[in-house]
Design a protein around this ligand. Structure first.
Ligand code: MG
Length: 307
């Protein structure tokens, strides 16, 4: 984001920390992707900036070897189901119209952002309009455990999951909610590493994992979380954070791995960008194609007119 309002990281900050602190220790000729995280261990935080560098090094490595990221990850599918997130809008009528347009575009799974005052009734309206739509909600930590009884009302709507209802450091609260409601509790912001994922799963706080490579510091840590979730039988899906076609290609490859059993926040480029930096991702029968070219595999987009 342009401002540090969703996470501590923001675009200009990531650029500055990359230039001043993350790139200088990496000026070695024999660098490989697995070296990046250990070499940057002394720089605190900034997982998204670190993930960008690791992804670039991994991309170069795989291009040199002529191997696609999807193949490197052991992808089990060449297309992945699309999903789309819908923010909080001005009225329930506006929400139903927005969701209707996305369903008409071919999105098979919709996620609604919720917050206190905008939860049960909007979900009821969407569910009653589309009884069979794959539907889930994301609270971005807008609730507290005191809202447990209220959130139980969402059990009536057959949701795939409720994502990050409480603060990211409140694993006990999430464990309590998971025991109290039927809708599976999914964690997003709480999962910052394989270690935090394991802790959350073992404490009963996390029944589904939303994986974002940037949030966990890179693709290699994402692979570790994928192995953990496969081992523990925890379903997972790939989140999204307004990626350009470069990050979207990484997400598509991740979502093609065996453990990603739920549709991700994987939208067409047109959901966020009029012009993407790559060839745009487009919906094809409700799916995105997983790039198969060497490395990340996204292709440079058409040059934009500068007139
Ligand atoms: Mg989320």
């Amino acid at each position: 984001m342009a401002e540090p309002t969703y996470t501590a990281e923001w675009v200009d900050g990531a650029h500055e920390v990359t230039r001043r602190f993350l790139l200088p220790p990496l000026h070695r000729h024999d660098l490989c992707a697995a070296d990046v995280a250990p070499l940057l261990h002394g720089i605190k935080g900034h997982p998204m900036a670190k993930a960008a560098i690791e992804a670039a090094v991994l991309d170069a490595e795989l291009r040199a070897a002529g191997v696609s990221l999807a193949t490197h990850l052991g992808a089990v599918r060449d297309r992945v189901p699309a999903g789309v997130a819908v923010g909080i809008v001005t009225s329930i009528d506006a929400l139903v119209a927005t969701v209707g347009a996305l369903v008409d575009e071919g999105y098979p799974r919709v996620k609604l952002k919720i917050e206190p005052g905008w939860d049960v009734e909007p979900v009821r309206a969407v569910r009653s309009t589309w009884p069979d739509l794959a539907l889930q909600v994301d609270a971005n930590s807008a609730y507290t455990p005191a809202d447990t009884d209220h959130l139980r009302a969402l059990d009536a709507f057959g949701l795939l999951l409720i994502e990050q209802p409480f603060a990211e450091d409140d694993l006990d609260g999430h464990a309590g909610l998971a025991a109290a409601i039927e809708t599976p509790v999914c964690l997003d912001e709480s999962i910052t590493s394989a270690r935090t994922a394991q802790d959350a799963i073992e404490r009963g706080a996390c029944e589904v994992v939303n994986l974002k490579a940037g949030r966990v510091g890179g693709i290699l840590e994402a692979i570790r979380i994928h192995e953990l979730c496969l081992d523990r039988g925890v379903p997972m899906w790939c989140g999204g954070m307004l990626e350009t076609g470069i990050g979207r290609a990484v997400n598509a490859a991740l979502a093609a791995m065996a453990g990603f059993t739920l549709p991700g926040d994987l939208s067409a480029s047109s959901r966020w960008f009029r012009h993407d930096v790559t060839e745009p991702f487009v919906l094809d029968d409700g799916h995105l194609r997983v790039p198969q070219g060497p490395g990340i595999g996204s292709c440079r987009g058409p040059t934009r007119s500068t007139r």
